[in-house]
Write a protein that binds this ligand. Structure first.
Ligand SMILES: *Cc1c(COP(=O)(O)O)cnc(C)c1O
Length: 396
């Protein structure tokens, strides 16, 4: 099948929930992907913050192949070395107590919400409310789309599960007014990803932590996008000097192989016992072998340091662009390799123009170009990206 035939077949048989670009991808290597006609694209989206060690990293490919040749799946009725090893690594890296593994971000958050509800119920009758932020994104299951503070994801699915309240991000007074003895958890992305790369104000998250402690509410950090080194630390919360009670991970964890996780403190994790939660595929040896390889590669190749250095360079280069094109660019912000550039108008056309010139980027929240490249990109990739983006901005 050629590109046209593939697109036509997909459109005929696949549920039309994705507004796709007319691009059929075939393979990738490092920071580049190739379409079925052999055209090369620099990938500054990385499958939406998923391919954190780039495409087809030989050590990840080998780890997956080796594991597939041994055992792909065996059910959670049994132990595997791959799962035990990953659980140990995630606990040690996070400073928390116990891990549960699922297959996606939404599932990780769904599990975190269930754990918080169970923990809250044991603490006090009626302690089930979850306070989340406007413009957040937590997933597409019924509970997680209800936690998501964007009505467009909820419309048509009512009645929604009760007990979710939304307040503006970075508004401590609004949060104080919403949190009460009925709150079992406050759920936040430390940096909002889909909502437009919104960073927390200085002191905001620490004040949220304090407020949670005052009311005996748990703090859940959704680090599905910011975790696994994206911000230049393994977890974004390491920048702020305290820990949440539960953190969720997914996107980058398997380097592209589906896997999600929630990690809770021992005190909170004790609310779950045998039979309280589960998953058929979650934590299978194939996905765990991939995640173990990703963590090993990150350490070997010092990718946290690279994300900090190249992230700072990216921010600097985008700020220069802002100075050159003040009519098009309203602001630039980010931490490590999650960076947003706010435009003065909708960004969809820019994304298409970049794609036509061999650059894959993404626009979120309507007018924010989002840069979430692999964590092993180099300065030369940033220079190449800036070159293409400047050409496109010149034509605007
Ligand atoms: C992508 C994302 C999710 C949902 O993950 P899925 O794997 O698509 O279910 C949840 N929270 C955040 C912060 C995300 O970026």
């Amino acid at each position: 099948m050629n590109a046209k035939e593939i697109m036509a077949t997909d459109q005929e048989y696949y549920l039309p929930v994705f507004a796709r670009y007319p691009l059929v991808l075939s393979h990738g290597r490092g920071a580049y992907v190739y379409d079925v006609e052999g055209r090369k694209y620099l990938d500054f989206l990385a499958g939406i913050a998923v391919n954190i060690i780039g495409h087809a990293h030989p050590k990840l490919v080998a780890a997956i192949a080796e594991q597939a040749g041994k055992i792909i799946h065996c059910s959670n009725l049994y132990y595997t070395a791959q799962q035990a090893t990953l659980a140990e690594s995630l606990v040690k890296l996070s400073g928390l107590g116990k891990v549960f593994l699922g297959n996606s971000g939404a599932e990780a958050n769904e599990g975190a919400v269930k754990l918080a509800r169970k923990y809250g119920k044991a603490a006090a009758a009626g302690k089930f409310e979850i306070v989340a932020a406007e413009h957040s994104f937590h997933g597409r299951t019924l509970a997680t789309l209800t936690a998501t503070g964007q009505p467009k994801y909820q419309k048509g699915y009512e009645p929604l599960p009760p007990g979710f309240i939304h307040v503006p991000f970075n508004d401590l007074e609004a949060l104080k007014a919403a949190v009460s003895e009925k709150t079992c958890a406050v759920m936040l992305e430390p940096i909002q990803g889909e909502g437009g790369v919104n960073l927390p104000d200085a002191g905001y998250l620490a004040a949220v932590r304090e407020l949670c402690d005052t009311y005996g509410a748990l703090l859940i950090f959704d680090e599905i996008q910011t975790g696994v080194g994206r911000t230049g630390k393994m977890f974004a919360y390491e920048h702020f000097g305290f820990k949440p009670d539960i953190v969720t991970l997914a996107k980058g964890l398997g380097g592209g192989v589906p896997i999600g996780a929630f990690i809770a403190s021992d005190r909170v994790a004790a609310a779950f016992g045998p039979g309280d939660h589960g998953s058929t595929f979650g934590g299978n040896p194939l996905a765990c072998a991939a995640a173990n390889a990703v963590l090993a590669i990150m350490a070997e190749e010092e990718l946290l340091e690279n994300a900090r250095q190249v992230g700072a360079y990216l921010l600097e280069k985008l700020s220069e662009l802002q100075a050159r094109y003040p009519g098009h660019i309203a602001g630039v912000r980010g931490l490590g390799l999650i960076v947003g550039m706010k435009l003065t108008r909708p960004g969809k056309d820019l994304v298409v123009s970049c794609m036509e010139r061999g650059l894959i980027i993404n626009c979120t929240a309507g007018d924010v170009l989002r840069f979430v490249p692999p964590l092993n990109i180099q300065q030369r990739h940033v220079d190449e990206m800036i070159g293409i983006l400047s050409e496109v901005l010149d034509e605007c």
